[in-house]
Design a protein. Structure first.
Length: 296
């Protein structure tokens, strides 16, 4: 039994026994005890029994608007020929803004659009993020007083705006002046999304070029090009040379599943290091091979 239940039980018992004792002191029979006192005493003993505390509470119904999410899903399914590209994603956003003038359910739509961005290949497009921020109603969520600023005015909408900025940060998208103008117009300068924007502008400019050996954003799909890129990052010397050799298949091989010939990717060091490598050679061969990576 929790402390709140114990306080309520003690209060109800005191009320019931207080009515009974006052009746006894006046000399009246117990049959004339006020109904309120007996009712309070009866309810306190019936509601706070040991058996009722062991009964688990029924699960709460979900609060998510299932019908609204189903309607938002239909907007993304209207793409012609089932193509998932930037044009169809932008068209879904425009349809929501056109047919839903009062912007009802805009928070659920923005969360759904953030989950769909990777499927449409627009997770690194700044213009699409600005379109999502433009869905918010303007001049509605701005705090009008110091108390609204302190007590987190419209928390659900501010958390949604922060979620948009966090996804931009995870994919390395730098916000621009249009993003700042939208955030000021929607939430105001003294808001948490605006604070997130200021921090992104500060740290993105400082840590953008912190990696001395940056990788390309989209890695090559060809295994030979991928091996060449990996060897380039293993050797910091810019004068090192990468050579690709293509070996012929044996004559008795009749593998029709993978008819491509194997490759060997070789990284050759600079001439200043070749003498150091020759010291460790067991035979007198004049090879300068540092690393090899066979691929198929």
């Amino acid at each position: 039994m929790s402390w709140a239940q114990a306080v309520l039980l003690a209060r109800s018992l005191s009320r019931g026994w207080g009515g009974i004792c006052s009746t006894a002191l006046t000399g009246a029979p117990f049959s004339q005890v006020p109904l309120q006192a007996a009712h309070g005493l009866h309810c306190s003993t019936a509601m706070h029994t040991f058996d009722s505390s062991l009964v688990p509470h029924p699960p709460k119904p979900p609060r998510r608007p299932i019908k609204a999410l189903a309607l938002h899903e239909e907007l993304f399914r209207k793409a012609p020929d089932g193509t998932r590209e930037k044009a169809s994603f932008v068209q879904a956003i425009q349809d929501f803004a056109q047919y839903n003038v009062h912007k009802r359910g805009h928070v659920d739509f923005i969360y759904l659009a953030l989950r769909k961005m990777r499927e449409y290949g627009v997770e690194r497009d700044l213009a699409v993020y600005n379109l999502l921020l433009d869905i918010f109603p303007k001049e509605v969520f701005r705090p009008r007083s110091i108390f609204q600023t302190i007590f987190y005015h419209y928390p659900r909408q501010q958390e949604c705006g922060i979620a948009v900025l966090e996804q931009m940060e995870n994919h390395g998208v730098m916000p621009n002046k249009e993003t700042e103008f939208l955030l000021i117009q929607i939430f105001g300068r003294k808001s948490y999304p605006m604070l997130k924007y200021v921090r992104m502008k500060l740290w993105f400019t400082r840590f953008r070029n912190i990696n001395p050996f940056p990788l390309p954003r989209d890695l090559p799909q060809d295994p030979v090009d991928l091996a060449r890129l990996a060897l380039r990052h293993m050797e910091p010397d810019l004068s090192a040379r990468v050579t690709v050799y293509q070996m012929s298949l044996p004559e008795d091989s009749k593998d029709a599943v993978d008819p491509t010939e194997p490759h060997i990717v070789e990284l050759t060091c600079c001439p200043l290091r070749r003498g150091k490598w020759r010291r460790f050679q067991r035979s007198g061969a004049s090879t300068t091979r540092c690393s090899t990576w066979p691929t198929r």
